[in-house]
Design a protein around this ligand. Structure first.
Ligand SMILES: Cc1ncc(COP(=O)(O)O)c(C=O)c1O
Length: 397
């Protein structure tokens, strides 16, 4: 332990000296558009993935309570032994119905879903081709697939994707994996072209649409709806996503796609075989969140209006917001310590925005990332823009 302890303390001290040491903030009430942070007070939240305001929706809370009353705290078993409740089936059927896939399978997180999917589908000699800016859960999931050949292509570069696929043309099975919405840039994967490229190379496209579902498309069905494809994922595409963002915000993830993929994962995916299911409170809350979303698509419309209002307000103030059509509005500020300093200043003004730096994003591209919700009112947006105006006056950034 002394050797480990010395090393950990050295690194932690370096982080403190660099101004990049992270301290957790404790919220005292639910994450609505407004919350209160212990020791800080009331703030408007622009850093949560509560895109549709469902995390504290009364029906979503009540559904969770009802799930707890009806099924108890959990399964006390992995799923294939005696660990699957009827509420899990309801949730999985609803996810499949919403996304227009043949079937869906839930995991305790999307991190878990990505890890459970990738390593299970590929055999020795197969290949996985991945966008360089894919989420950490995809990167780690691919690392777990030790038996496969791996290729990483330049972000959203279709020629690079083709070149990578050409290099692995002899692999019997090829997976191309991408985020639907890239969480640090806010941009959308070029899916229509990617589908066509995958078709030409007999590759299977896997899309993690954690930040697209609930956000993109008129009905919030995500990236495929955004591109005007039928509300359903094109045949053969495999989707993964989280229940921990727009769909209730608790936790949980899923794989949705062809029936044989889901059936195969039930047989072989290690998190399915050796780990418990999502708790019933979470399953019931997420199923209710989906029901509310399908019933009230106006939440998605409102989200789109809020994104447009915030984007144009920031631009009028002179901020360079990265181009995107999603609910993620990044402003590049350079180094990590600066991003943290700016977010601390905003917090003092009652606006909760996080600064992200290395290693979450590449060195020198630290950023403030603003995330919008349908639950923000015009007044919340006006107050945030006023804080950004004062920030500019104070810091010149
Ligand atoms: C694209 C993407 N995939 C997966 C995850 C992980 O989701 P979960 O919290 O369900 O593990 C995230 C969360 O940040 C994400 O942004």
């Amino acid at each position: 332990m002394p050797a480990l302890s010395q090393r950990l303390q050295r690194t932690l001290n370096e982080l403190r000296a660099a101004g990049t040491f992270k301290s957790l903030r404790h919220l005292e009430i639910p994450t609505g558009p407004v919350t209160t942070i212990e020791g800080v007070g009331e703030v408007i939240v622009f850093c949560s993935n509560n895109y549709l305001g469902l995390a504290d929706h009364p029906e979503v809370i009540e559904a969770g309570r009802e799930g707890l009353r009806k099924f108890g705290a959990g399964t006390a078993s992995v799923r294939f032994i005696c660990g699957t409740f009827t509420c899990h089936r309801v949730l999985e059927e609803r996810i499949a119905e919403f996304l227009g896939t043949e079937a869906a399978l839930t995991y305790v997180s999307c991190w878990n879903a990505n890890e459970g999917l990738m390593s299970t589908l590929v055999e020795s000699g197969d290949a996985i081709v991945s966008d360089e800016l894919n989420h950490a859960s995809i990167i780690d999931a691919i690392r777990l697939a030790r038996q496969a050949t791996k290729k990483v292509f330049r972000h959203s570069d279709l020629a690079a994707l083709e070149a990578s696929l050409a290099e692995v043309q002899n692999s019997p099975v090829k997976l191309v994996v991408t985020d639907g919405v890239f969480s640090m840039e806010g941009d959308v994967a070029r899916l229509p072209e990617m589908i066509e490229i995958c078709r030409r190379h007999d590759a299977t496209l896997v899309v993690d649409d954690s930040h697209g579902v609930g956000v993109l498309g008129k009905g919030g069905r995500g990236v495929f709806e955004h591109f005007g494809m039928p509300t359903q994922a094109p045949a053969g595409v495999i989707l993964t996503g989280t229940l921990g963002k727009a769909l209730g915000g608790a936790a949980g993830g899923y794989v949705a796609g062809p029936r044989e993929v889901v059936d195969f994962l039930i047989q072989r995916s290690r998190p399915q075989l050796f780990s418990n299911a999502v708790p019933p409170t979470v399953a019931c809350s997420a199923a209710k969140a989906l029901e509310v979303l399908m019933r009230e698509p106006q939440r998605v419309t409102r989200l789109h209006e809020n994104v447009a209002a915030m984007r144009s307000g920031l631009r009028e103030l002179g901020y360079q917001v990265l181009e995107s059509t999603t609910a993620i509005l990044p402003i590049i500020v350079g180094d990590t310590a600066r991003a943290i300093e700016l977010s601390n200043k905003l917090l003092k003004m009652g606006v909760f925005v996080i600064g992200f730096g290395y290693p979450v994003v590449p060195e020198g591209t630290a950023r403030l990332r603003i995330q919008m919700s349908s639950a923000h009112t015009d007044e919340h947006i006006a107050r945030a823009l006023d804080a950004f105006r004062r920030l500019k006056d104070e810091t010149g950034s």
